[in-house]
Structures are given as C-alpha cells and as structure tokens.
Design a protein around this ligand. Structure first.
Ligand code: HEC
Ligand code: HEC
Ligand code: HEC
Ligand code: HEC
Ligand code: HEC
Length: 295
C-alpha cells in the first residue's frame, strides 16, 4: 500500500494535467451518465453477475479502499497547506473511478466529502446513502469497454463498445451502440495503465507493481501467459470475476508446495527421555507471475 501511495504521487504529476481537459460534470449522475452500464446486464447477465462479485465493482467502496481514501483526505489533503480535497480525484480516482475524471472541482470536493461520510459517519443510514451514491462511480462495463484506451487520462467515447472481436453483437439495433474490435483487449498491455502506475523506465525494485513484476520476474524467465489467461479464464468465454490474492483457490495456483516428513526420535536433554519427532523438508516454489506476498 505504501508503495502505491508513493509511486502514485509521482504518477499523478504526469497524469493530472490531462484529466484537467475533461468535460466538467457538476453532479455524480452527470459524471456517471456516459458510463451507464445498466442496459448491458439485460443481455450479459452472467458477465454482470461475475463483475458484481469482482473487486472492480467495488473500486471506491471496497472497505479497505474507502477507509484508505478517508485517511488520505483527513490526514493528507486536509493537513497540507494549499491542498484541496479534490486531489483525491487527481491522484486516486483516475484509476479507481474513471468516471470521476469528469468531475468539476466542486463535485470532486463533494465526492471526497461523501468518502468521509461513507467511512466515518455515526449514522448508519447516512453511511449507506453516501456509499450508494459513490457506487455509481465504481469501475463498470464501460470503464473497460467504452474507449480504445482505459485508465488514467483516457476518455470514454459516446455510444461505442470496444470488444476483443467476438460474435455478431446486436448492439446497434438494441441500444444504438457501435461495436468496435480492439485486439489489445486480449493483451496484458490492456491492464497496465491501471495496474502499473509508475513513470516509464522504473524497475520492479523501485516500483513493484503487477506490471513490472510480471515483466521482470515472469516474462523474462519464460512465462508465456497474459494477465487475461490467468485472471479471466472461464468456461466458454472471458470470466469477469477477476480473482486475485483474496480468493483462496485461485491464489493456491501460484505456489507449489512439497513436503517431506521423516519420523525420528529425539533425546530431550532436560528430562533425559526419548520423544518422538519428525524431520520436515518443506519446499515452497512461486510458480505464478507475481511476487509473494505482494500488494
Ligand atoms: C440486446 C442484447 C445486448 C445488449 C443490451 C448488450 N449486448 Fe453486448 N453482446 C450481445 C451479444 C448477443 C453479443 C455477441 C455474443 C457474445 O459475445 O456474448 C455481444 C457481444 C459483446 C461484446 C464482445 C464484442 C466483441 O467484438 O468482442 C462486448 C464487449 C459487449 N457485448 C459489451 C456490452 C456492453 C458493455 C453493453 C452495455 C453498454 C452491452 N454489451 C449490451 C448482446 C447485447
Ligand atoms: C495507477 C492507478 C492507481 C492509482 C492512481 C491509485 N490506485 Fe489504488 N489500486 C490500483 C489497483 C490496480 C489496485 C488493485 C491491485 C492491488 O491491490 O495492488 C489498487 C488497490 C488499492 C487498495 C487496496 C489494497 C489492498 O489490497 O489492500 C487501496 C487501499 C488503494 N488502492 C488506495 C489508493 C489510494 C489512497 C490512492 C491515491 C493516493 C490510489 N489507490 C491510487 C490502482 C491505482
Ligand atoms: C476490468 C475491465 C473489464 C470490465 C470492468 C468489464 N470487462 Fe468485459 N472484457 C474485458 C476484457 C479485457 C475482455 C477480453 C478478454 C479476452 O478475450 O481475453 C472482455 C471481454 C468481454 C466480452 C467478450 C465475450 C467473451 O466472453 O469473451 C463481453 C461480452 C464483455 N466483456 C462484456 C462485459 C460486460 C457486460 C461488463 C460489465 C458487466 C464487462 N464486460 C466489464 C475487460 C472488462
Ligand atoms: C480502469 C482501471 C482498471 C483496469 C483497466 C483494470 N483494473 Fe483491475 N483493478 C483496478 C482497481 C482500482 C482495483 C482495486 C479495486 C479495489 O479497490 O478493491 C482492481 C482490482 C483487480 C484485481 C483484484 C485485486 C486483489 O486485490 O485481489 C484483479 C485480479 C485485477 N484487478 C485484474 C485486472 C486485469 C487482469 C485487468 C486487465 C484485463 C484489469 N484488472 C484491468 C483497476 C483496473
Ligand atoms: C500465470 C498466471 C498469472 C498471470 C500471467 C498474471 N497473474 Fe495476477 N495473479 C495470479 C495469481 C495466482 C494471483 C494470486 C496469488 C499471487 O498474488 O501471486 C494473482 C494476483 C494478482 C493480483 C492481486 C494481488 C496483488 O498482487 O495485489 C492482481 C491485482 C493481479 N494478479 C493482476 C495481474 C495483472 C495486471 C497481470 C498482467 C500484467 C497478471 N496479474 C498476470 C496469476 C497470474
């Protein structure tokens, strides 16, 4: 976490000026409108369910994230002279809530206020209402499928759905959206803008993100799979639940454990008695694409 904040301090210097050109929205509904993914669920019910169970669908309101944002606002922005609460938009929400990039300074400050309310308010009803409002900004279908690039500084394009090039979607007739083939959706580069965040040229030693570690410790040693191969493999199509370190069965696939136990006896010197014992030889091998532990 510490490294995230540290390297993002650097990143935001690179990215913030671009975000400044986005159209300004004055309410959360306005900011979220272009990303409205309600219609997608009507036909892509399974994908919608999988997305709902993913961390992407909670990218502001996941309690770990929400509380960290709260601390960033109260112990960071509020304590530093000349720093406004809208800094949350420029430094954190650029990845965690792409829709918030369009927020005016006033709205960005209001969003930060809602974060503090959602995390800290004594009244549970107020916490729930603030969380519900913020949830409109979580990463959703169009955060990834709405433009030819995703992540910091990228812009959503109206009425377009970018996809890997699968099937013959009825989008135009059903909802008036054009479908555009984007082959890079199948590559690891697609995930990098959000899952990297370091200025170019930094190594995994200085900035150990999923991207740098994947390049230097996995690809460089012969690893062949993409982020999608491991994180989106599903029956019949791309899975959108994006399991990670918190999903035990998935996390297990990153380690190979071999255990060799030999029974023996031990003379316990304080009592002069023979006690049964085992000699264990444990080998833990990282066969995944990341450092363990990470994050
Ligand atoms: C009227 C039904 C319908 C609606 C509404 C709909 N889709 Fe689709 N979509 C389909 C069908 C059918 C396909 C083709 C088969 C498949 O891949 O499931 C498809 C395919 C896709 C693809 C793959 C296209 C490609 O070229 O790779 C993406 C991405 C996609 N939809 C995203 C969305 C998003 C995002 C929304 C909401 C903005 C949405 N869809 C709304 C029916 C729909
Ligand atoms: C460059 C994109 C990017 C920016 C900017 C960014 N984050 Fe994140 N953040 C991510 C991604 C991707 C993850 C999920 C992967 C992970 O956990 O490493 C994440 C995860 C987190 C988590 C959960 C970590 C855990 O596993 O417990 C917290 C908390 C967090 N970010 C807080 C922040 C804060 C606070 C800021 C602003 C100072 C910020 N992030 C800025 C991309 C970003
Ligand atoms: C974090 C980014 C991300 C989010 C959020 C996301 N998708 Fe995807 N989606 C992808 C990527 C990447 C692929 C291509 C995967 C591949 O082909 O390897 C994809 C593939 C698809 C496909 C192609 C069909 C298939 O089974 O391969 C459809 C349809 C689709 N997404 C619909 C949706 C819908 C609907 C939502 C919202 C409920 C959604 N996606 C949310 C990244 C995302
Ligand atoms: C728009 C930015 C964005 C894009 C694009 C994106 N992610 Fe994420 N991803 C995030 C953020 C932010 C989080 C952390 C959500 C939270 O706060 O819990 C996250 C969480 C995750 C997690 C769960 C992390 C954990 O702690 O276990 C996985 C796995 C993941 N992403 C994989 C991917 C893969 C693979 C791709 C590319 C196909 C991708 N993501 C594309 C922003 C993004
Ligand atoms: C060989 C399969 C494999 C590949 C390739 C892979 N991952 Fe992972 N990833 C895993 C496994 C397994 C875990 C859980 C255990 C761990 O952390 O190693 C994980 C954990 C994660 C997490 C959550 C834990 C953390 O480190 O914060 C994120 C986010 C993530 N991967 C994103 C990515 C992205 C982005 C890429 C591509 C640049 C990628 N992964 C490539 C298998 C893979």
């Amino acid at each position: 976490m510490r490294f995230i904040i540290l390297c993002l301090l650097l990143v935001s210097l690179v990215i913030a000026p671009q975000a400044a050109f986005a159209d300004k929205a004055n309410t959360i509904d306005e900011a979220a409108a272009a990303y409205n993914s309600e219609k997608c669920k009507e036909c892509h019910d399974d994908i919608h369910k999988a997305w709902s169970s993913s961390w992407h669908s909670k990218s502001i309101v996941d309690p770990r994230t929400l509380k960290t944002f709260r601390t960033f606002i109260l112990s960071g922005a509020d304590k530093l002279p000349g720093v406004k609460r809208s800094i949350l938009r420029d430094m954190c929400l650029i990845c965690h809530a792409p829709a918030a990039a369009a927020a005016s300074d006033e709205l960005a400050e209001k969003i930060s206020g809602l974060v503090v309310t959602a995390a800290d308010d004594k009244d549970a009803a107020k916490r729930d209402a603030a969380t519900k409002e913020l949830s409109k900004l979580n990463i959703n279908c169009l955060s990834c499928h709405g433009g030819k690039a995703v992540g910091p500084g990228s812009q959503i394009e109206p009425n377009k759905i970018y996809g890997p090039g699968k099937g013959e979607p009825p989008h135009k007739d059903a909802i008036g959206y054009d479908t555009v083939k984007l082959p890079s959706m199948k590559t690891s580069e697609f995930c990098a803008p959000c899952h990297h965040g370091c200025p170019p040229g930094m190594s995994s030693k200085e900035c150990p993100t999923q991207w740098t570690v994947y390049q230097e410790h996995y690809l460089a040693h012969g690893g062949k799979q993409t982020c999608q191969d491991c994180h989106m493999s599903g029956e019949g199509g791309a899975s959108h639940s994006f399991p990670g370190i918190y999903e035990k069965d998935f996390a297990k696939t990153a380690v190979e454990l071999s255990l060799d136990a030999q029974p023996t006896r031990h003379f316990y010197q304080l009592t002069n008695k023979v006690v049964p014992a085992v000699v264990m030889n444990v080998q833990l091998k990282n066969i995944g694409a990341h450092d363990i532990p990470h994050g």
